[in-house]
Design a protein around this ligand. Sequence first.
Ligand code: 13P
Length: 246
Amino acid sequence: MKKLMVGNWKMNGSLDANASLIGALQQDASTWHCDVAVCAPSVYLAQLHTLLAGGRIALGAQDLSAHEGGAYTGEVSAAMLKDFGVRYCIVGHSERRQYHQESDADVAVKAQRALAAGITPIVCVGETLAQREAGQTEEAVKRQLAAVVHTNGHCISEIVLAYEPVWAIGTGKTATPEEAQHVHHVLRAQLQAASQHADRVHILYGGSMNAANAASLLAQPDIDGGLIGGAALQASAFLSMIAAAH
Ligand code: 13P
């Protein structure tokens, strides 16, 4: 399957910085063998919708409301994202689970809202350091994915899944390729039990993926791309990871 490399900009960027980063990435686009997307803060989606028009980089958002519309101050609906050409939306990132108390059920409903609007949810799962040390990695990620499977039924083959061990995010610590592959394999089996089309689901790895470790992670049979934070903010680093994805 063609790999998918996604930059998660988190709460970074400015009108000027976004334009220069996208400009630098697009110069190289004719050489890419994978699909590429960037997930930007909501306020910049309009700018990026224009900047990315007709190009190879797909637009993504970082979160969406679990509600369809109405009196939910501060929230952004799936339909609004769709208005700005959003193709992907991250749901259930560990920073939202941790700092905004998003539950497994909230994440499952957000994935459902995205799918209903024709947006591909990038569903994030991952264990904390305490869970890993207690030998609960598989149990933790399976519980998180099970909620999304339960709510979305056969549509589960339309999602993108991202395994992001919480202890590896922004820490410079990465799961080894073998550790990551093991969890990806567990997740693939869970998808296969839910859908006969599970083999088409991209399972991305995220957590301190960088130019030095991308190739060995992407060489694993069940690692179908990356969800990259810090290193996706530098054109040269993101481009070398894209080059490693073929
Ligand atoms: P880092 O690549 O900065 O570790 O972030 C990973 C991540 O959270 C992507 O969603």
